[in-house]
Design a protein around this ligand. Structure first.
Ligand code: 5RP
Length: 410
């Protein structure tokens, strides 16, 4: 019997807005689901809500001819521009529906502020006002060179930085490795469970992975393998590699994460650790994510972060995690591997969404965000809003409107 495809209402926050630059929806690359009756900004062949094959062309002959004429014009322009790597100039695409099918609401945690409710009306207005903006053009996002990698390494990299759009949303929950029971991460299993389906990968320690993540998950694990110091100890930069490659393999790690402390007392030790780790991990096809740690004494400007990121890449790191800063393009522009941006300490949701948007505009592949998601009063709403920027077309205003709407209904 033929199965009947039906809209499960999962498409609600993934609908694409109508282009306002005079182009038709199909001209702008949108695809239509006839079952859900909506357009998406997506490269997917099938609707993520109901599974129907998406329509890429208008039904009418006249519409098809108009579209063909537009394509032939843009093919000529593209050939003239001759961009060597499509990943280098990219239009933000496809508001990404969550992974999996169920749509749990956000479980409210201890109330931090009542400002969200008062801001809701203003944000809805802002959402309407900004919905008319055309998609943002982002340049110089450096994706991984999968073609130059062995199969296992390329496959693991592709599970972290999604090849469809060259973007990554990593959820960081590794803070306990030097902070102990961080505020609102006291019970990692309860924090992680509702967020798991919305992130592309999870960054964590082996202790949290074994105790707090169901082994049935399909979400890739980015395993922190460095540590050794605590927030109350003498020097946070005194880190070593604390997990063997065998244990990382047992844990089915998709990548290993290690911090380097450039300019600190333990600079040499941490950078040499990175070099050795890359050598070992490479043998087993496991990518390494280097975290450029910052601290009281370590800078957070483009000069320092460019230095730290480049050193990490020179040691062979496959991805570098760093902080957003002014002139961020200088950091991404001088680092030959993909950069992912850490969220940093908790700031208002609107600001964290702006940080996400600016990071991607500045050439990052995405964010590795922790506190700004699970320290929010509405973690699920927040991760979905972040996701709508990383994998979608939302700017910070629209994502904030989405956050407020989801927070209200969740
Ligand atoms: C700590 C880390 C964290 O994973 C990183 O800082 C991301 O989390 P947050 O967004 O909370 O800053 O690597 O060294």
């Amino acid at each position: 019997m033929r199965s009947v495809l039906e809209c499960k209402q999962l498409c609600v926050d993934s609908k694409a807005s109508k282009p306002t630059d005079g182009r038709g929806r199909y001209e702008a690359g949108q695809r239509r689901c006839n079952t859900c009756g909506v357009f998406f900004d997506t490269a997917n062949m099938h609707c993520q809500c109901c599974g129907t094959k998406l329509r890429t062309k208008p039904r009418s002959k006249a519409g098809k001819e108009r579209l063909a004429a537009v394509h032939s014009r843009s093919d000529t322009t593209a050939a003239e521009a001759a961009a060597p790597n499509p990943a280098e100039t990219k239009t933000v695409s496809a508001p990404e529906p969550k992974r999996g099918a169920k749509a749990p609401g956000s479980k409210p945690q201890k109330s931090r502020s009542g400002a969200a409710a008062t801001a809701a009306a203003a944000a809805t207005a802002a959402t309407a006002a900004t919905a008319a903006k055309p998609a943002t053009t982002v340049s110089a996002t450096r994706g991984p060179n999968l073609g130059g990698m062995d199969w296992g390494l390329a496959n693991r990299m592709a599970s972290i930085i999604r090849p469809e759009d060259n973007r990554a949303l990593m959820l960081a929950v590794d803070h306990g490795y030097f902070l102990g029971p961080t505020e609102r991460l006291e019970e990692p299993d309860r924090v992680i469970a509702p967020l798991l389906e919305y992130c592309d990968s999870l960054m964590l320690t082996r202790g949290v992975q074994r105790t707090s993540v169901p082994p049935t998950t399909r979400t890739p694990m980015v395993l922190r393998v460095s540590g050794g110091s605590s927030i109350i100890g003498e020097d946070l930069s005194q880190e070593d590699v604390t997990v063997s490659i065998q244990d990382a393999i047992r844990l089915n790690a998709s990548a290993l994460a290690l911090s380097i402390f450039v300019g600190s007392k333990y600079e040499y030790q941490t950078i040499a650790n990175l070099g050795r780790l890359v050598g070992q991990a490479q043998e087993y096809g496991i990518p390494v994510l280097a975290v450029t740690a910052v601290g009281k004494e370590l800078g957070k400007d483009a000069r320092y972060l460019s230095l730290a990121c480049r050193i990490a890449a020179e040691q062979g790191a496959h991805i570098v995690k760093t902080y957003y800063c002014e002139d961020f393009e200088k950091v991404t522009g001088s680092c030959p591997v993909p950069i992912i941006v850490a969220g940093g300490k908790k700031i208002p949701e609107r600001d964290a969404l702006e940080l996400t948007y600016n990071s991607i505009r500045g050439g990052a592949v995405g964010v590795d965000m922790g506190r700004n998601i699970w320290q929010s009063d509405h973690p699920v709403a927040m991760i979905r809003a972040v996701r709508s920027i990383v994998h979608g077309t939302n700017d910070a205003d629209r994502a904030y409107g989405m956050y407020l709407d989801l927070a209200k209904s969740g």
